[in-house]
Design a binder for this molecule. Sequence first.
Ligand code: S3P
Length: 430
Amino acid sequence: MKNELVAKSGGRVIGEVEVPGDKSISHRAIIFGSLASGKSIIENCLMGDDVLATIRAFKDMGIEINVSSENLVSINGCNMSIRQGKYQLDLGNSGTSIRLLMGLLTGMGINALLTGDDSLRRRPMKRVSDPLAKMGAKIKLTNHEYAPLELFGSELLKPIKFEPKVASAQVKSAVLLAGLFCDGETVVKEISQTRDHTERMLALFGGDIKVQGGHIFVTGKPTLKAQKLTVPGDFSSAAFLLVGAIIADQGELLIKNVGLNPTRLGLIEMLKKMGANIHVNLISNEFEPVGDIRVRNGDLNGITVDPSLIPAAIDEFPIFFIAAACAEGVTVLRGANELRHKESDRLAVMGEGLSRMGIKVKRFDDGIEIQGGAISGGSVNARGDHRCAMSFIIASLKAKRSIKILNTKEITTSFPNFLEIINSLGLSVN
Ligand code: S3P
């Protein structure tokens, strides 16, 4: 992937597509496949750099993982015991990999040094190390907050009852994974529901997990059994195409076999409230709901985002801001401080890019106000954030001139064939 792309103004989004496998689900399939006893087969696993970082980490720790063509992964699981060692693992750009591994490896009492790229080394890690420390883990962070971080294998961890202060599936999952190695029951009570892929995947592999009244109960020392599973398409990748089809002058799109987990679909509610024409058709519901999304172009009006929708749309705000820029009137988002701790400060990066393209933007510590208007085009900087890069590309559908986007190479972390797909639908980007 080039680190600088030019998207010609205009174009269409017409056709029928499938997007690559879900990133969050692919990580978890690799993790539980590695922990289970027996051989797991994962179909449609995302081959983005983030998931490859998780695969590489488990291979470095001695797990036999084979990646063959057609995004098929087979794993010979370790039956809950990775061999002891002092591992040095580089998780690249992937927050999910580093945070989930913090829980898993401290639970197993493994010594390791975890690090990543510049973006990952700027992201907060204390939110994960704090609850793990309460369980008895010994973790040393750089400057008490960041990676590189060291895990010191310690005695068996103790289960805790944990109420995270931030709504974060990564924090929740790290504690649940550590809880798998404790004697007794670990309980997590979320302040708001976040994506529940860890819970669903653990149940699929035969773990002892119960979800009741906003509490998640995990009992340690399960026997996990290998599974064969197919990863659904990633709704967060589909989101770029969905918004593209809505704002394009010619837009009519069918996205097939995409994950429809309700903890991920906040964007659909927000877009519908703006007046978008979207139809969701649930086709199967095994360990995760899967189906098709049909969407066509149309006018949008600005909205005030209901803060309760934020966790279910947490990765979709960059592309939502493009929809807001194309809408009639003002869109307001508050209570979204978490957006500042993603692969970039997404309020800053998107706010800066939109204002450079002539859109009126007011920024707050915890949100943004966007006045819909004409997108001029020009040069913007995605600052190495894959979702900001893809969002600026989609904005070209409505821009008066081409858009040049800098620092785009991280698109391959989550959507390796993004350019191929959008060019086949009717955009012109290279
Ligand atoms: C993820 C959780 C989300 C999301 C990230 C993937 C996961 O982060 O932003 O892209 O796979 O658990 P938080 O829920 O930790 O904010």
